[in-house]
Design a protein. Structure first.
Length: 701
């Protein structure tokens, strides 16, 4: 029996992707290759690559799903679309002043107009305007306006400001309703503006008329008070009478002084006579009258001087002339007084030849009392005239003020009545009325159809993506990228290859060569053949790979023993028709076993399986049994069964030199990836993977 395989040098095989491979340092010793692996840096996660990896093999499904969903979404969107009609209206604000829009000097006027325009635009979009417009719309279109609120109406109309124009634009499915909306809004705005102006004008007119009535009543009261205070005298006549009364007081005061001087003279001399000659009496009377006239003339000149000083300064010619005239009169009056005094001192006034001195002094005293009484009465009258003159002046000034306010009120009333529009900086008019549009502004059917088409495609893509994300099964050989640096994928076998014996044989031959070239960690003991354990990473059986691999080694002119160590399924024994009672289970239990000859190799069937036979196997018994079998063959291929279902599969792997794991699409990825590291840790020289039933677009191909 040849043991060439046990002593043949093996070399490292790299079958994984470059990013997933290991770096090995080769050390040749004792005719075998020993390796030491250095871990490769972890590759950064690429979400795009992960997405394409998840969608691989599903593009055709994605295409057909999108081909179904996209037209449905497009049809739904197209049927839900509608033609939208657009209508427009323009309100224009006219400035009151000329060239306001082109002014360069007074920017405040332009700012005032701009603020007015913005305020009007805000008023157009206000709730009162929209509520009034909704009332007008309800009368014309009761069904369309039944479920519309003022806020909805305001939101459906776009209001823009373009210089001094307010542009209103709206869209609707009905062209008549679109034009009616703008017509209702513009009509409501103009009506409310007119009503507001009328209310403001009426309020201003009422206020001004009330003020006019109050001022007229006040003016009538002032006139009545002036009549009561002045009587038959007016302000000017009252001033003149006061001036005359002052002149009279001056004359009486002078006369009183003369009488007092005469009385003092008579009392001091004791000889004066109170009798007068006719000539002296006449002379004294004339002097006294002349003095009174001069005093009256002086009073008139002083009054004229007072009026002149209100108009002119003291240096003016009119004032200087009056002052000179008053000075001349003062000198003439002084001369007259001197003459009268001289007459009194000489006794002209006191010469009474037939009367006694006591009688004359009594008469003079009586005359003094009379003059004093007249002087006091004149002073009281002067004070009364002065008080009435001051009161008349105050009432006259107040009357003038009331008259001015009355004239201003009447002018303002005329302005409100005749020119009420001038209260605002601009006038508003409907420049472009809304019209019923003849053609649709936009057709939302096409847009919604396109959106529905894209939405259907997106929905299909999302469904396929969710299905790919939720899929927990193996699909391609590179799904083992996390363990590829430990357990590489040596062969990928498609369904088509498995159905054709010549293709399957060629694929297994390549697998055999790669197994022979795997690096050796622990050399095979001399005198013993190589033990290869074939196991399924998930549930199921790897009998097809085990049988075909045994046939491949047999074609290489090696002595091969195929062991069916799968007590759960026993697929190898059934495939080869070797159903004996003495097989692997009896060998492990220490009993007899029988080997069956098959074309090109020998077979140790599973044997008689009892209840719990799989769990009764011990590691030492499994190793001893395989070692006993390997001593007589070049290669021992052991079908270990499923790592997920069989308890003894791990024991078989631990007793083998190389472990071969079989995976296939639709295997549960979590269970398979959990068991794959066992292929590296349990066998003496590690393990490898074989992808069976692979898709034709598997990257391992």
């Amino acid at each position: 029996m040849s043991h060439a395989l046990a002593h043949e040098p093996m070399f490292e095989q790299f079958d994984a992707a470059p990013a997933e491979a290991e770096i090995h340092h080769l050390d040749v010793a004792d005719g075998y290759v020993h390796t030491q692996a250095e871990p490769q840096d972890a590759t950064e996660f690429n979400p795009i690559a992960a997405l394409f990896r998840a969608m691989r093999g599903r593009w055709l499904t994605w295409f057909f799903v999108c081909l179904v969903f996209a037209p449905i979404g497009g049809a739904v969107g197209f049927l839900n679309g509608a033609k939208l009609y657009e209508s427009q209206a323009i309100l224009r604000i006219y400035p009151k002043e000329q060239n306001v829009l082109y002014t360069t000097r007074d920017d405040s006027v332009l700012k005032t107009l701009d603020a007015f325009v913005r305020a009007e635009m805000t008023f157009v979009a206000s709730h009162p305007v929209m509520a009034r417009a909704l009332e007008l719309l309800t009368d014309q279109f009761p069904e369309e306006a039944a479920e519309v609120s003022p806020r909805d109406l305001a939101n459906s109309i776009e209001i823009r400001l373009r210089e001094t124009m307010i542009v209103l634009t709206t869209v609707s499915k009905s062209p008549e309703f679109a034009a009616a909306k703008l017509d209702a809004v513009t009509s409501a705005y103009l009506e409310l503006t007119d009503e507001t102006n009328r209310v403001q004008n009426t309020t201003r007119i009422n206020e001004l008329m009330t003020r006019e009535t109050d001022l007229l009543q006040r003016l009538q009261e002032l006139n009545t008070q002036m009549l009561e205070v002045g009587g038959e005298f007016g302000p000017d006549a009252m001033a003149k009478a006061h001036i005359e009364k002052i002149a009279q007081i001056d004359a009486l005061a002078g006369r009183r002084g003369e009488v007092e001087a005469t009385l003092v003279s008579m009392r001091s001399s004791g000889n004066s006579s109170a009798d007068m000659n006719d000539d002296e009496i006449m002379r004294a009377t004339l002097l006294d009258r002349a003095l009174a006239d001069l005093n009256f003339e002086k009073a008139k000149l002083e009054a004229d001087l007072a009026r002149a000083r209100t108009r002119y300064t003291d240096a003016a010619r009119q004032v200087r002339d009056l002052l000179e005239e008053i000075a001349v009169i003062d000198r003439a009056m002084a001369d007259r007084r001197q003459q009268i005094q001289v007459l009194g001192q000489t006794g002209a006034l006191t010469d009474q030849s037939g009367a006694s001195t006591e009688q004359s002094i009594a008469d003079i005293e009586a005359l003094l009392e009379k003059v004093t009484a007249r002087l006091e009465a004149a002073r009281e009258e002067a004070r009364d005239l002065n008080a009435r003159r001051l009161q008349l002046g105050f009432l006259a000034a107040e009357r003038d003020d009331v008259q001015d306010m009355l004239e201003q009120t009447r002018r303002a009333l005329d302005e409100v009545v005749l020119e009420s529009d001038n209260a605002l900086p601009g006038l508003t008019e409907l420049m472009v009325p809304p019209v019923v549009p003849q053609e649709a502004a936009e057709d939302s059917s096409k847009m919604l159809g396109a959106g529905g088409f894209l939405g259907g495609g997106f929905l299909g893509t999302l469904a396929i993506s969710l299905m790919a994300a939720r899929n927990r099964k193996l699909r391609f050989s590179d799904a083992t990228w996390a363990t590829a640096h430990l357990v590489p994928v040596l062969s990928v076998i498609t369904r088509k290859t498995e159905r054709r014996d010549e293709l399957m044989g060629r694929a297994i031959d390549k697998l055999r060569n790669k197994i022979m070239l795997m690096p050796v960690r622990t050399p095979v003991p001399e005198g013993r053949g190589k033990i290869l354990a074939v196991a399924q990473a998930d549930r199921g059986s790897a009998a097809s790979v085990s049988r075909t691999l045994a046939e491949s080694f047999a074609r290489a002119r090696l002595s091969v023993l195929l062991v069916d160590a799968d007590p759960i399924n026993g697929q190898v024994s059934r495939l080869l028709g070797a159903d004996t009672n003495n097989g692997w289970c009896q060998l492990v239990a220490g009993g007899r076993h029988s080997i069956t000859q098959v074309d090109g190799f020998e077979l140790l069937p599973i044997g008689q399986r009892g209840k719990g036979e799989d769990s009764n196997h011990a590691a030492q018994a499994v190793r001893k049994s395989l070692g006993k079998l390997a001593a007589n063959y070049d290669v021992v291929v052991v079908d270990a069964g499923s790592l997920e279902e069989s308890v003894s599969a791990e024991l078989v792997l631990s007793a083998s030199d190389v472990g071969i794991g079989c995976i296939s699409p639709n295997d549960r990825s979590e269970e398979a990836l959990k068991n794959i590291p066992l292929l590296d840790s349990l066998p003496r020289n590690g393990g490898a993977l074989v992808m069976t039933k692979a898709r034709k677009n598997d990257p391992g191909l």
